[in-house]
Design a protein around this ligand. Structure first.
Ligand SMILES: *Cc1c(COP(=O)(O)O)cnc(C)c1O
Length: 353
């Protein structure tokens, strides 16, 4: 155990009663408190829980100029008895620290993350929605705070966790555009890190894809645009002739915790899973031969998102009606049930507060 001193400044009146829980936009409603820790003089300083509120920063704040900023995304749910459940939180802090290393930022002690998170959730647990499809989205993030311009690693950082009660991320099924011009990640780059700049770089290509009538981009490799990487901020799975296929972790794609969990659930259901390079042409051939049974995205924000169609250079591949996708519907339900404590946690994924 690290020496964990936590200063608490609590809100006077909760904003909870002013929130319409039947109509929650994603990521715009924030619960009462946030957890913050600063890094300075080569060490993490005493942590604090205080009311969610604005930060005061110098206009020269390094992360605003050079993008030394990383984040995580996770969710808390309640089981039928009202216990707060976290899903594989240890994997989030480990990934945050891998991202930190790549962006030349200090690593956060795992215990500090876990204790801060638990304290925050204990305090704001009434913000966890319980309706089907709803949960408390948790946003841990870290950014450099040196008040100075000049490209170099910052000497000071701030780590924050805030939470948002959220409803479904996508309102319907998603049409995806296979990108053949822009790239998300290349060998040796930062594709594997949850680095803020990756998402900034995706916005313009995503806007162009929207203008063509698509909801999201399916990224392909930067060199040849031949091999599939992932969809927006989700890892991607295909089911071809009964076998589930997902791109291998080659350093360019985000190591999704949902991805890893879905692979384990698929194998648990006796479905063969292949992690390997997946080419655009393999998918087109499978579609043309009537063997492409499913395509879905996997990520914390949207869990499993059924892809309705895939567009590639003017061709549109229509996928089977989502309600008929027996395998992924079953996996999705099991995944949701495990996260909500409605099914035994046979993989030891759940941390109960
Ligand atoms: C966060 C993220 C994912 C999904 O990761 P999970 O751990 O499953 O939430 C996939 N791709 C990208 C680019 C991401 O940022």
């Amino acid at each position: 155990m690290i020496d964990f001193t936590l200063k608490r400044t609590l809100i006077q009146n909760s904003r909870l009663s002013s929130v319409d829980f039947s109509n929650l936009p994603f990521g715009k409603i924030f619960s009462d408190h946030m957890f913050t820790v600063n890094y300075a003089n080569g060490a993490w300083q005493p942590a604090e829980i205080r009311p969610f509120g604005n930060l005061s920063l110098s206009p020269a704040t390094a992360s605003l100029h050079y993008g030394q900023a990383i984040f995580e995304g996770m969710k808390a749910e309640k089981d039928p008895d009202g216990n707060v459940l976290l899903f594989r939180p240890q994997d989030n802090i480990r990934r945050l620290n891998r991202s930190a290393k790549r962006l030349c930022m200090p690593e956060l002690p795992e215990e500090l993350f876990m204790e801060g998170l638990k304290e925050l959730l204990a305090l704001d647990k009434d913000w966890i929605p319980t309706q089907e499809g709803y949960s408390l989205y948790i946003r841990p993030f870290m950014f450099s705070t040196d008040p100075a311009v000049g490209v170099r690693p910052s000497e000071t950082y701030e780590f924050i966790i805030f939470t948002c009660p959220v409803g479904p991320y996508y309102s319907g099924d998603v049409n995806v555009y296979m990108e053949t011009h822009y790239s998300r990640a290349c060998q040796g780059g930062v594709g594997e890190a949850k680095a803020a700049g990756n998402y900034a770089a995706s916005l313009y290509p995503a806007k162009l894809a929207k203008e063509k009538g698509y909801d999201q981009i399916l990224w392909t490799d930067a060199k040849e645009h031949r091999f599939i990487q992932e969809i927006g901020t989700m890892n991607v799975f295909f089911i071809i002739d009964g076998t589930a296929i997902t791109p291998e972790l080659d350093g360019n794609i985000l190591k999704g915790i949902t991805r890893d969990s879905i692979i384990k659930l698929l194998r648990d259901e006796g479905i063969k899973v292949e992690e390997r390079p997946v080419s655009v042409h393999e998918i087109i051939d499978a579609h043309d031969n009537g063997l492409l049974q499913d395509c879905f995205g996997a990520g914390t924000a949207a869990t499993i998102t059924f892809i309705a169609s895939l567009g590639y250079e003017g061709h549109l591949m229509q996928l089977p009606e989502a309600s008929t996708r027996r395998i992924s519907q079953r996996i999705k339900q099991r995944f949701i049930n495990i996260k909500k404590g409605l099914e035994p946690d046979k993989f030891d994924w759940i941390v109960k507060l």
